[in-house]
Design a protein around this ligand. Structure first.
Ligand code: ACM
Length: 547
């Protein structure tokens, strides 16, 4: 019956002159009217005389010119597309109003960032060909008449990328940021260090990249196969490249959060500087197998000095308010058997090794806070007591996030069973190898980041939601895109759209249009015509999900 209604509506739309509007994430308030506004052969655009607004206006005119070939001209006022500063406090820092009438287009916002989100919606109202990087002929450049008023549900809307397990080239990182921005997301969490590779140049510690960015070989197939490819692998970003990415992201209103892992996930750092580990005489090698290693940092004073020096360079590079210090999966065996660690536990009156982890994180939190920034850690930082200014990223389900919010700490929700994009998204037997698990589009889409058990005041601590992309099995950019889209499109809607306005069937019908945009952007999403065409040939592995 529902399909009959949808079909009837579709036919009505097609006959009536109403357009199907397919914006992702779905705007929070939108009225679509009958008819269109047609772009003229010469499009005039006006925007407030402010560099950030002018920049947004130029991003729009650049795309219009490139794809449509229309002449686009900047005017001081009353453009056919007019940006204007709104005094409406209800729009907040990121909201916008977009009006398309028979006379033209008006984008109102309180900030250039809000206007940028208005532009993302406007581009998605235009024919999909607007996403082409070269002129497309024979297209009627028309925009449906709409009135949109749109404010995000959450302030933190993110996507993470692990570049340690597999290094991703700068151009791909920029493309990833483009897609984050297209989906009105505002955080790129860059996982830069781990056991299998240190990927950020640190001037004071050159061996981190000389030694720590290279590994002898990489696992082949699934972890459980125990196979290696025998080929050296490496890569890292110079500080100049990092600055270029941060600047590129800032131009798209995306903040870049660096993650420097401590006190676990430390093997690449220990291979570079063995004296920071349990045993300075041990020969450490950058990790080649996936999974968690027992070798962790030993929290001696010289290790704190190392962390503080590294974080100082990181803080000087990244303007982000948030600095992520990992904190997850730190096995305690070495600390249990270390005279130094046990004496420190006694001296500091700590309960046990979890107390020692808490001691480490609290000192790092104090350091980051002293620099005017805020620390984020994975939910293990709750163990042994949460440090005062910590923001918790809840990944082992929602429990850590709930506990942290109940203690009045800010939380970002990234629970594995909903937003881990390294899980299988379809029957494993039909898919390229993945870590395991099963999280399909519908499950990701169904996620509500605000747990029902929280009071209204506690719920205010849920800043938002993020998709996590661990790349053990994603060897290439095309492989990453295959795993990420469309599930990350669903996450963008989880983050932006009020839950009453969400509907999976409606999302899927919008995705059917949206995927044509991603085709033009050459994104190798799951189900794309390009799946067989990109440089990576998917091995079809007969396997049960293993996670
Ligand atoms: C994590 O997945 N270890 C944060």
């Amino acid at each position: 019956m529902r399909y009959l209604v949808l079909l009837t509506l579709g036919v009505f739309w097609a006959l009536s002159g109403y357009s199907q509007v397919s914006i992702i994430p779905q705007p929070n308030q939108m009225i679509v009217a009958k008819g269109h506004y047609n772009l003229k052969a010469q499009v005039k655009i006006s925007a407030p005389q402010d560099s950030a607004w002018q920049h947004v206006s130029e991003l729009l005119s650049g795309q219009l010119k490139k794809a449509s070939g229309l002449e686009v001209k900047s005017v001081s006022r009353k453009g056919d597309i007019a940006f204007s500063l709104s005094g409406d406090a209800g729009l907040g820092e990121e909201g916008y109003r977009l009006l398309v009438t028979p006379k033209g287009v008006n984008i109102q916002a309180r900030t250039a960032k809000g206007a940028f989100y208005g532009v993302q919606s406007l581009l998605q109202l235009l024919p999909v060909e607007i996403f082409s990087d070269k002129k497309v002929g024979g297209v009627k450049w028309q925009i449906p008449l709409v009135s949109i008023q749109d404010v995000p549900r959450f302030s933190y809307r993110g996507l993470m990328l692990d570049v340690s397990r597999h290094f991703m080239p700068i151009d791909f990182v920029k493309k990833y940021i483009d897609l984050i921005a297209l989906h009105k997301q505002n955080q790129f969490h860059w996982h830069l260090t781990d056991d299998q590779g240190w990927r950020i140049e640190i001037k004071q510690y050159p061996r981190l990249t000389e030694v720590g960015s290279q590994r002898k070989q990489t696992m082949k197939g699934h972890y459980t196969d125990g196979q290696y490819d025998g080929k050296p692998y490496g890569g890292y970003y110079t500080q100049e490249e990092i600055k270029e990415v941060i600047q590129y992201a800032a131009e798209r209103f995306v903040n870049v959060i660096p993650e420097i892992e401590l006190p676990g996930h430390a093997l690449a750092a220990l291979a570079s500087y063995p004296h920071l580990g349990n045993n300075p005489d041990q020969i450490y090698e950058v990790g080649t197998r996936w999974g968690v290693y027992d070798e962790v940092f030993m929290p001696r004073e010289e290790t704190f000095t190392f962390w503080e020096n590294v974080l100082t360079e990181v803080i000087n590079l990244f303007p982000s308010k948030y600095i992520h210090i990992g904190g997850d999966e730190c096995p305690k065996d070495q600390w249990m058997h270390s005279r130094f660690a046990q004496e420190l536990i006694k001296k500091e009156n700590l309960k046990d090794e979890h107390g020692l982890q808490s001691y480490v994180i609290t000192r790092i939190d104090q350091f980051i806070t002293s620099k005017g920034r805020r620390m984020i850690g994975w939910d293990e930082i709750l163990e042994g007591g949460l440090s005062p200014n910590a923001t918790v990223m809840s990944w082992r389900g929602e429990e850590g996030g709930i506990t942290a919010a109940q203690q009045n700490h800010d939380v970002i929700m990234t629970p594995g069973n909903y937003v881990y994009l390294d899980h299988y998204q379809a029957d494993a037997a039909t898919q390229p190898v993945a870590i395991g698990g099963f999280t399909d589009l519908a499950e990701t889409y169904s996620y509500d980041p605000t747990p029902a058990v929280l009071t209204a005041d506690q719920a205010k601590h849920i800043l938002g939601v993020q998709g996590n992309v661990w790349t053990e099995y994603m060897k290439t950019p095309a492989y990453v895109e295959y795993m990420v889209w469309p599930r990350a499109s669903a996450i963008s809607e989880v983050a932006w759209t009020q839950k009453e306005k969400k509907n999976i069937e409606d999302f899927k019908s919008r995705w059917a249009i949206h995927q044509k945009r991603l085709d033009l952007l050459e994104v190798n999403y799951f189900g794309a015509p390009s799946n067989g065409r990109f440089e990576y040939v998917w091995p079809v592995k007969k396997a049960e999900p293993k996670k």
